[in-house]
Design a protein around this ligand. Structure first.
Ligand code: MRU
Length: 360
């Protein structure tokens, strides 16, 4: 399978990312030269997805260190970079994890630039391996269903994009799927379009197409119907923050899929790199900050017009206001299992601690 990366460094030691706002219509890359470039890329969702947000922030700190040294600025410049990047998006905890990791590395550094470069590089490489392992542990769950169905197609429903484009490589939900494909299993993915920003139709469909994974795009409201009619064998989603008791924040609409899966006795799996764990909080409903974004993301849809241009189209009366919550929380009781880089566990404090005893 030809994997690609979503973030990489250039020969002159800057950072480059894919402009995900232009996919699937155009593949455009953006070079990040300053920490402000990294901050804007996260805020405006040039890059998105919890692990990739963390990786970009880490390189943002490297760029800030470089700017500081090149322009002979003092430490307050770096402090500002940390606080600006921290404020770039609120829900995915990987952002804060990556920034804390960079802070710790720099606190003990003699050579700031090399330390920042290496620490950011390690975060990126760690994500690649973490996602690969999520695939290793997730694969048997697909194999089990394939065996039960005697080799027939396993139908997987997913929401948003928790694939490669949300990470560095492999992706979280896509890693078991790609590994199943490599083993010759028959899989088919129902791709929720994922309004308002359409990460499903724009991004998940794009990467599944690139990897020849059979898939079908559905409107966000179709999942329940498909589940009632036996057309979904499992649901796999990603997460932006998972609490100590196993509550899961993910893209708005995930909760509704979990409810439908529960009602239809369909397994609902969450793929979780441990960088997305927030063991400092328990109750996802009250303790996870939910991002609210610009209402125009709901009022307009962006797509490729007949003239070939990518443009926004207003889909409501000029004056109709919209609300735009970016995430919702699926309570642990609706999650069948959590798939991590250390194995599969229950969505509970006990389950998470069995794999991550360091949080005891
Ligand atoms: O708003 P986004 O596109 O950053 O939201 C992304 C998601 O909700 C993903 O499911 C999550 O970050 C997991 S990515 C492996």
């Amino acid at each position: 399978m030809s994997k690609f990366r979503t973030i990489w460094t250039t020969e002159d030691k800057y950072v480059e990312v894919i402009d995900q706002r232009k996919l699937p219509h155009e593949y455009v890359t953006v070079k990040l030269l300053t920490y402000k470039d990294a901050e804007v890329a996260i805020k405006e969702m040039t890059v998105r997805g919890a692990p990739l947000i963390g990786a970009t922030a880490a390189y943002g700190i490297y760029l800030a260190v470089r700017e500081m040294l090149e322009n002979q600025l003092n430490g307050s410049f770096l402090d500002q970079a940390f606080s600006d990047l921290r404020a770039s998006r609120p829900t995915a905890v990987n952002l804060f994890w990556a920034l804390d990791k960079m802070r710790n590395a720099l606190d003990n550094a003699d050579d700031f630039l090399t330390t920042a470069w290496e620490a950011a590089g390690n975060i990126v490489e760690e994500d690649v391996e973490t996602c690969r392992l999520i695939g290793v542990y997730g694969l048997p769950l697909i194999e089990e269903i394939a065996a039960r169905k005697q080799g027939e197609v396993v139908n997987i429903l997913t929401h948003c994009n928790a694939g490669m484009l949300g990470c560095v490589e492999w992706g979280t939900i896509t890693s078991p799927i790609y590994q199943a494909m490599e083993k010759g299993l028959k899989v088919h993915v129902w791709v929720d379009e994922t309004r308002p920003r359409n990460q499903g139709s724009n991004l998940t469909a794009y990467e599944l197409t690139r990897h020849n994974v059979p898939h079908t795009l559905i409107v966000d409201n179709a999942g329940g119907h498909l589940m009632q009619h036996g057309m979904v064998d499992m649901v796999i989603v990603g997460t932006d923050r998972t609490t100590r008791q196993g509550d899961v924040a993910n893209k708005i609409g995930t909760y509704l899929k979990a409810l439908a899966a529960y009602d239809n006795k369909i397994p609902f799996y969450v793929t979780l790199p441990s960088t997305t764990l927030d063991m400092s909080i328990n109750n996802g409903l009250t303790e996870i900050p939910i991002e609210e974004r610009n209402q125009d993301e709901v009022r307009y849809m962006i797509g490729k017009g007949a003239n070939g241009n990518i443009e926004p189209v207003l889909i409501c009366p000029e004056t109709t206001p919209a609300s735009n919550y970016g995430f919702d929380v699926t309570p642990a009781r609706l999650v069948t299992k959590i798939i991590t880089e250390r194995g599969v566990c229950d969505a509970s404090e006990e389950g998470l601690l069995s794999l991550f005893p360091e949080y005891n």
